[in-house]
Design a protein around this ligand. Structure first.
Ligand SMILES: Cc1ncc(COP(=O)(O)O)c(C=O)c1O
Length: 495
């Protein structure tokens, strides 16, 4: 290897930087990543991404292989989700884009409605709130039942409060935060009775729940087999175990998909013709997903699902031996939400798990519900469940010994009363510093506190609007350019 070759240096630096990230393999990162535990499948996916990194999905006639792969992926998904022969679909960049397009399509299918609204269970993914924000569709949030499942009667009533303006009704299969499947049959029936589209957000569960059913587990109906379901989103970069960057949005008929398409010939260049939010888009993620799906096939996914559910069952059983912990909801799928009792702080448990090499995700309190710990369990975790449970028991013991994170009551009252709309940039600087969220210099590595429990406890006291504002201010301060050439540029200008 030539040591003066700049690519060697770049790749070495890349690997060094990556060492600071959460591991994507090994089954110890229980959010953000989904690990099949099959290095050969990962390699095939990576090779396909690399082979297609420069191909452009903008024009399927120029890159027909991309069209073929997309149609095959959509076909696989349609078979999985009991879709009728009329079903069509699109590969998007991820769950959020699929949800955005479902909302945009619903809005644009009703040009007669000037102030569109959509009826959502309160547990619907934040992607719907983003869609509401982007597309000017009012999000009507309906409280869920005590089991965290959507309440179909309350949703029907919410539709009827303003039926003429309602363009979409949604349900989750399952919800991210609690891992439960909404009563899709009743929700879709209420939507269909009123002639309204019904989207099932199966972004996280759609590739694994069909196999759960095949494995004999009880799964409430949620696919196109349910009358009234008009579209479903399902992500390949979650339980499809594909490299990041792909989801599928399926519509029951081509007519339902049509408003999703955008075309513009109102300029002197090529006629822009898009099925997704992106125009130019790398062929890499699509090829990566296609290659992984081809390699695993139906049999591979069934085996991976079996492993994943074995892990879920073992974790659920193991929780019974840790008295401070309980299930926030009985999981319908591969997501586990863990509640802690008063003796044990959920945020501290997350820190303690991180110290033991496990990433579990803190979920803040919402409405009257206290914080929980989220696990997205994947196949690779199955081999390590005993270690996981041992680390969890130790983490709980450490959290109990440390006692709950206490926020000074004066500070708590102050944070609770803050209105982000009245705060200046300087106020945010001060608040972020007080919260320990200064960030430091990203180029030198993030300077985050070792332990996040105190920060999370403070954020948890803030109103949702304040929490959003604080974290946006934090991200804004992190995302600053690293100007590698500015010193040279000054020198050059002087010479
Ligand atoms: C139910 C659900 N919908 C939508 C999304 C958004 O997906 P993405 O992060 O790929 O944009 C997620 C992500 O976890 C999800 O769980």
């Amino acid at each position: 290897m030539d040591p003066t070759d700049p690519t060697v240096d770049a790749l070495a630096r890349l690997r060094a930087m990556q060492a600071a990230d959460l591991p994507v393999h090994g089954g110890r990162t229980l959010a953000y990543v989904y690990d099949s535990g099959l290095p050969d499948v990962d390699r095939i996916g990576r090779d396909a991404v690399a082979a297609y990194a420069g191909s452009n999905g903008l024009d399927p006639t120029a890159f027909p292989s991309l069209l073929q792969m997309e149609n095959e992926l959509v076909g696989f998904a349609a078979d999985l989700l009991d879709a009728p022969p009329t079903c069509v679909g699109t590969v998007t960049s991820g769950g959020t884009e699929s949800v955005l397009l479902a909302v945009q399509g619903a809005r644009d299918s009703r040009p007669d409605v000037t102030r569109p609204r959509m009826v959502l269970p309160a547990t619907a993914h934040a992607a719907f709130h983003k869609a509401a924000h982007y597309f000017g569709v009012e999000a009507v949030l309906v409280p869920v039942g005590p089991d965290f499942r959507a309440d179909p009667a309350a949703m029907a009533a919410a539709i009827d409060e303003d039926r003429d303006r309602t363009v979409l009704v949604a349900a989750s299969a399952p919800s991210y935060a609690h891992g439960v499947v909404d009563p899709v049959t009743a929700i879709a029936a209420a939507a269909a009775d009123r002639g309204i589209r019904c989207h099932v957000d199966a972004c996280i569960g759609g590739w694994v729940l069909p196999y759960a059913a095949r494995l004999g587990r009880t799964v409430p109906p949620w696919t196109f087999a349910v009358e009234g379901v008009t579209s479903i989103s399902v992500d390949l970069h979650k339980y499809g175990y594909a490299p990041k960057g792909t989801s599928v949005l399926l519509h029951r008929t081509p007519e339902l998909r049509r408003p999703q398409y955008f075309a513009s010939a109102a300029w002197p260049g090529y006629t822009m013709l898009n099925s997704t939010l992106q125009s130019t888009k790398s062929g890499g993620p699509l090829a990566g997903a296609w290659a992984v799906v081809q390699s695993l096939g139906d049999t591979g996914y069934e085996l991976l699902s079996r492993e994943t559910f074995e892990a879920v069952d073992a974790i659920v059983a193991g929780l019974a031996d840790i008295p401070a912990l309980s299930l926030a909801a009985v999981p319908d799928s591969t997501l586990v939400a863990i509640a802690t009792d008063a003796s044990c702080d959920a945020f501290t448990v997350c820190d303690e798990m991180a110290a033991r090499g496990w990433y579990v995700q803190p979920q803040m309190s919402y409405a009257e519900h206290p914080p929980t710990i989220h696990l997205s369990v994947s196949a690779a975790t199955n081999a390590h469940v005993e270690e996981f449970l041992a680390a969890l028991a130790e983490s709980v013991a450490a959290a109990r010994a440390a006692g709950p994170v206490s926020v000074d009551p004066g500070i708590a009252e102050f944070i609770g009363a803050l209105d982000p709309a009245t705060l200046s940039d300087e106020d945010f600087d001060g608040l972020l510093a007080a919260a320990g969220l200064v960030g430091g210099d990203p180029a030198a590595g993030l300077d985050l506190p070792e332990r996040m429990a105190e920060v999370n406890a403070m954020l948890d006291l803030a109103s949702p609007a304040m929490r959003e504002a604080l974290l946006v201010a934090f991200l804004d301060r992190l995302a600053r350019p690293t100007r590698q050439r500015s010193a040279n540029a000054t020198t050059d200008a002087r010479s």
